[in-house]
Structures are given as structure tokens and as C-alpha cells.
Design a protein around this ligand. Structure first.
Ligand code: NDP
Length: 474
């Protein structure tokens, strides 16, 4: 008998995933390109469970029970392909290769096809929760075949975060479904963080409050509907005083970075035609923050900022809270629409309620709120938009006046709220009886004979704009 599962790639993520598996009683084969990492893991944590270390990939493969399950946890992109290429000739039909790295779902789809042709299972798996999550319980989003999940499921479900006794791991769907859902998770994370940042900016500008005071507001919010990991750490970061004696948030350069998963999400949504405006605004807001020269030039050209002091502190704080919640609902509604569109495009049959459920713990966007999303999709799997599910419809209905006040006041005061205001615009556009899209159709027909449909009868039509303006039916 051999090891039940193997991990190759023992940097922070692989090392912690391997330890998590061993701590849960699984026998774990270990391998890393440079053997020092393997040796160090065994030396430092060998007593946490049963590890079977190997220095060569062939020995590593031979140390596994069949069908073999190998987790690849190396740098995404080229290195992942290189490791897969090395592994494949050593494996036998029915063996399972699991990529737990941050792969693009298109790469996962490509690799899945290539390995399937060799009789192997390839399981692209999203893992969220960072270093600590990998060790203590991540949210795990496996794609791949049902057969591979029969072997991996019990192990993954046991090492995943648990919420109310339910593991934060589910078989998301075939081939790239897991990495797709992980991508959308990261996009939602971008939107969540941007909304939090805007709320902070609003509170700071409107109240002239200190970061420490705003930390208290977030702490209070974290005991209500907004309760989430990100709100909790926002309070922590805002309350932190730097060694210089200044608020930490004031000594950090205000240019947000990104590793690119927000960009992937937006690109995919453009391809699928899904308006994930909150995620897109959040991604662009990070880009904008990095354009230092333009920011300096614009600040110099337009130095005047209207003053802003809100009339009633408590009313304003509650307005911002409600606007944040409503905008957040929009961002999640859009993210889940994106999941649904991917599912339909690629034939994945993703259960959105189950996705909401596995995001309740372990991952960065973990939040109380996700329970409500799970209920919404469990109650109505074909829900047209999360905005109309009873809980969310009520939260938005209650929040609309606050949302409008906050966005309007911020615009008057010159405080940018790209995610708050675009979420409100999305909401208003969705619910509006007539959109100016009719005019756009008219323009398209005028300059390009692109045709239009009519409200009063079926078919497509073209007006002879340059002629006698009679209408032709197509
Ligand atoms: P890194 O992304 O820093 O990758 C380092 C590991 O990759 C080392 O084990 C290294 O081996 C190995 N490696 C690199 N190139 C090759 C190659 N050509 N052949 C064989 N092995 C190679 O490690 P992390 O642990 O940070 O992340 C692993 C994966 O998990 C990545 O895909 C990452 O995107 C993803 N991820 C990371 C998260 C995080 O919070 N860090 C969260 C979720 C996912 P060697 O020691 O020999 O150099």
C-alpha cells in the first residue's frame, strides 16, 4: 500500500496543503523540484502525520497507491505545464493529476483534454484562503470528472474549512469549472474590497473622522448583515498605528496592485456578455490608482475640492452602511450571473447555491451574507437575478434612499465612488421600463443598416434613412 495522495511543489501553499492532509490522517507523498524544501518539511513537521518523501519524481509516483492522486502546487503557467509533462509518462490510466495552482480556466480546459486523451483525469482545482487557509481549512473548488471526485472528495472535504458542519468543498463541475468559479471568486473579492475602500473614503471625507474612529464603525458593522472576513480585517488595518505614530493607512502609498485575476474575470465576462460592472470598476479603480503621472497632472489642473461636512453623523453612517450593502448585493448578483453564463457556455451545470455554500468559509470573501445567497438559489435555482430574491430585494428596497443620497452627496463633494455609483446605475438600468438602447438601435440602423426590432410586431426592420424614410421588413 502506498500514500493516498501526493503533493509536488512544496512552497508555502503546497507545504501547508500537505500538512493539512497529513493532520487529517491521510498518508501524503511529498516531492519538490529542489529537494531541500521536501527535507525541510519533514524535518520541521514530520511529526504531524505520515509523510512519504521522495527526491525524484519517479520515486514520488511509485510511492502512491492506485489510482494515484497527485496534487501539483507549483507556479501557475509554464511551470505547471512543465511539471505535468514530466508527470504524465510516469502515470497509468485512471490516475488523477490535480492542479491546485491559480490557473486560467482556459488552460485547465486545454490540459484536461490533453490528459483525458492519455487516459488520465485532470482536475483543475481552485483553492482560496492563502497560506493560512491551506493549512487550517481552505475553500476548495474542484473541477474535473465525477470519477476523480469519488477519490478526491473525501480527502478534500475533510481538509476544507467547515461551516455549520458543512465542508467548504463541492465538485463544481467538469474540466475548467473549478478554476472558473475561483476566478469569479477573486473578481468578487476585488469588488468587495473596492466597495469597502469607497465606504472608508466616504466616512473619512464626510465625517472628517480618523482611521481609528472609522475602524470602530467597521467593527460595529461586522456584528450585522455585513459580517465578513474583509470587514473584520478592515477594522484591524484601519486601527493600526505605524511605528512613525501615524495611522498605518496614511503611510501606505495609494497605488493598488493586482496579480491579474480581476482582469481575467472582466475579460471572461466581456466574452460572455455579462455586465459585471462592480468587478470591472474595481479592477479599473486599481489601474487608475497606479497612473501616478496622470493623477499628479489632474490634481494640479483641478485643485479645487468642494468641502463636505455631513449634517447628522449617525444618519450618514447608516446611509453608507446601507449603500455598501446594496452595492455589495449588486456585485454578488453580477458574479453569480457570470458563474451561470460560464456554466451554460461550457456545459458545466454549476449549482450556484452550492458555490455560495463553499464560499462561506476558508476563502477571502467568506461572509454571513453567503448563507442568504445559498438559500436564494436553493429556493429558486433559476432565479433571474439575485436582486429579486426576497432577502436581497428587501435589503435593496430598504437601502435605496440611502444609496441615492450617498452617491449624490459624494458626487457633489467630488469624492469618487466608482463602484457605489456604477452599482446604483446597474440597479436603476435593470429596473427601468424603457432604456435608451432604443436610440442606440436607431443610430446603428442609421449609419450601418444594422436593423432593429419593433415593440409592436415581430421581425427585423430597416428604415431608408437616406431615401424616403420608408421602412423595410427583413
Ligand atoms: P509559487 O507560486 O511561489 O511557486 C513555487 C513552487 O513552484 C516551488 O515549489 C518551486 O520549486 C515550483 N516550481 C517553479 N517552477 C518550477 C518548474 N519549472 N518545475 C518544477 N517546479 C517548479 O508557490 P506558492 O506556494 O505561493 O503557490 C503555488 C500555487 O498556488 C501557484 O499557482 C499560486 O498561484 C497558487 N496559489 C497561491 C496562493 C497564495 O496565497 N500564495 C493562494 C492560492 C493559490 P522550487 O522549490 O524547486 O523552486
Amino acid at each position: 500500500t502506498g500514500a493516498q495522495i501526493g503533493v509536488t511543489g512544496l512552497a508555502v501553499m503546497g507545504r501547508n496543503l500537505a500538512r493539512n492532509l497529513a493532520r487529517h490522517g491521510f498518508t501524503v507523498a511529498l516531492h519538490n523540484r529542489s529537494p531541500e524544501r521536501t527535507r525541510r518539511l519533514v524535518a520541521e513537521h514530520g511529526d504531524e502525520g505520515t509523510f512519504v518523501p521522495s527526491e525524484s519524481l519517479a520515486d514520488f509516483v511509485n510511492s502512491l497507491e492506485r489510482p494515484r492522486a497527485v496534487i501539483v502546487m507549483v507556479k501557475a503557467g509554464g511551470p505547471t505545464d512543465a511539471v505535468i509533462d514530466e508527470l504524465v509518462p510516469l502515470l497509468d490510466a485512471g490516475d488523477i493529476v490535480v492542479d491546485c495552482g491559480n490557473a486560467h480556466f482556459d488552460d485547465t480546459r486545454r490540459r484536461e483534454v490533453a490528459l483525458r486523451e492519455q487516459g488520465l483525469h485532470f482536475v483543475g482545482t481552485g483553492v482560496s484562503g492563502g497560506e493560512e487557509g491551506a493549512l487550517l481549512g481552505p475553500s476548495i473548488m474542484p473541477g474535473g470528472s465525477t470519477e476523480s471526485y469519488a477519490k478526491l472528495g473525501p480527502m478534500f472535504e475533510s481538509i476544507a474549512a467547515q461551516v455549520d458542519g458543512v465542508p467548504c468543498c463541492v465538485h463544481v463541475g467538469p474540466d475548467g469549472a473549478g478554476h472558473f468559479v475561483k476566478m469569479v471568486h477573486n473578481g468578487i473579492e476585488y469588488a468587495d474590497m473596492q466597495l469597502i475602500a469607497e465606504a472608508y473614503d466616504l466616512l473619512r471625507s464626510g465625517l472628517s473622522a480618523s482611521p481609528a474612529e472609522i475602524a470602530e464603525i467597521f467593527r460595529t458593522w461586522n456584528s450585522g448583515e455585513l459580517e465578513s472576513f474583509l470587514i473584520e480585517i478592515t477594522a484591524d488595518v484601519l486601527a493600526h498605528t505605524d511605528a512613525t505614530g501615524q495611522p498605518f493607512v496614511d503611510v501606505v502609498l495609494d497605488r493598488a496592485e493586482q496579480k491579474g485575476t480581476g482582469r481575467w474575470t472582466v475579460q471572461s465576462a466581456l466574452d460572455l456578455g455579462i455586465p459585471i460592472t462592480g468587478i470591472a470598476e474595481a479592477t479599473f479603480a486599481r489601474s487608475l490608482s497606479g497612473h501616478a503621472d496622470q493623477r499628479t497632472a489632474a490634481a494640479r489642473a483641478f485643485p479645487d475640492t468642494p468641502g463636505w461636512q455631513v449634517a447628522d453623523r449617525d444618519v450618514f453612517v447608516e446611509d453608507v452602511r446601507k449603500a455598501l450593502l446594496a452595492s455589495k448585493i449588486v456585485a454578488y448578483a453580477q458574479g453569480f450571473d457570470h458563474v451561470q453564463a460560464g456554466s451554460q457556455e461550457y456545459g458545466w451545470q454549476i449549482d450556484r447555491g452550492a458555490v455560495a455554500s463553499i464560499w462561506r468559509g476558508g476563502c477571502i470573501i467568506r461572509a454571513r451574507f453567503l448563507d442568504r445567497i445559498r438559500e436564494a438559489y436553493d429556493d429558486q435555482p433559476d432565479l433571474p437575478t439575485l436582486l429579486v430574491a426576497p432577502y436581497f430585494a428587501k435589503a435593496i428596497g430598504d437601502g435605496v434612499p440611502s444609496w441615492r443620497r450617498v452617491v449624490a452627496d459624494a458626487a457633489r463633494a467630488g469624492v469618487p465612488t466608482p463602484a457605489f455609483s456604477s452599482s446604483l446605475a446597474y440597479f436603476d438600468a435593470l429596473r427601468r421600463d424603457r432604456l435608451p438602447a432604443a436610440l442606440i438601435q436607431g443610430l446603428r440602423d442609421n449609419f450601418g443598416a444594422h436593423t432593429y426590432q419593433r415593440v409592436d410586431r415581430p421581425g427585423s426592420f430597416h428604415t431608408l434613412w437616406a431615401g424616403d424614410r420608408s421602412e423595410l421588413a427583413g
